[in-house]
Design a protein around this ligand. Sequence first.
Ligand code: LLP
Length: 418
Amino acid sequence: MLLRDAEGRARLGGVLLEAIARRGDVPTPFYAYDLDAMVDEAVDLARGFAGRDHLVCYAVKANSAGRLVRRLARAGVGADVVSAGELEVCLGAGVPPERIVWSGVAKTETELDRALAAGILSVHAESVEELARLDARARAVGKRAAVSLRINPGVEADTHANIATGHDEAKFGVPLADVPHALAEVERSSSLSLVGLSAHVGSQMVRVDEYVRAAEVTAGLARELGSRGRALSLLDLGGGMGVDYGEGCPVRPRAFVEAAARAVAAIVDVPRLLCEPGRAIVAAHGVLVTRVVQTKRWSGRDTAGWVFLDAGMNDLARPAMYGARHRVEPLAPSASPLACARVGGPVCESSDDFGTYELPWPPPDLMMIRDAGAYGFTMASQYNGRALPAEVFVEGGEVTGVSRGPDAAEWARARLAT
Ligand code: LLP
């Protein structure tokens, strides 16, 4: 948990963030994660299933750090993966294959083969065409594929357009009108075994309505299938539970699952319910710690000027990609008066801009960018020839690991090697 102590200093999982930044062996910018709090989030979310047989499949794309996935695996959490790379992380971190599902609109043949070889719980197929390809691969390798249909329930999620996935024209899922074709494809095959249905209509949803509506559509379809003698063993409610980035998200992640599980139970009796949360488990329990490199006076505007950080859009892409606001705050209290400051990174793009915040002016040397545990490091790049940020892991009130990505010199060597 991120807290301020009695002296107003930021602590993550009990550890003073300023102390890590001043140790000298951890370069800024670095991500710091409270793994205990992340595991607690997953456990709390699972309570939403209220005793029904369930599996929380953590969406690894949000944060794929091995140390985190190992902790979640030990807590009995499964995984939702979208690539062979993510599958290897999960298997290597001890997530049993029978707790792994795989979504994605364009899985390659190599990836389908890997899923079949590993024997995962379900390949979530997103099109009729994919079913045909999976059938061909399953026959080629002599395996039976456990498959679920990811349906597109036609539910519009009220979120940023780039992360809404359930509307009619989205590339994701099998549209309801095509479900009969998909079922016929499964029927034709002796290598596909239909185990379930899934839906995921968007990310960062701050109301439960769309989540529940998608679950109702999916459950309705499951009931119809059941009445035609095709009982399913699982129904996957998807991810997308929103978090509070400082602008308010009145709903706890558990409430999404609670409401959807109740809605499903009123429609159909499916043995097992799944969900695929990413952000809700990790976002709030990660921060990006960064140094102020320089300020720049900026006349004619309502701000004291620019504060330039050593963290940029290559380290945390969400503000540049989605116009997302991530609170920027000093690590320690400061005696300077507050002023409006525009916070930017070093990357040569106007979108490398974290927004305007009230900050002490002149600013202290160390800052944190909050709620960066999800879609932070996993979306980082070396654009502009920059290093990848370091990652610091906090468990049991102490730092248990530091990991460093390739630095700028390694980047230069790799480019020269081309
Ligand atoms: N399941 C499926 C099939 C998904 O596509 C996603 C996310 C999730 C689960 C997990 O969603 P979550 O619970 O984390 O909302 N980079 C964007 C978010 C992209 C989400 C993509 N799919 C961002 O930073 O907001």
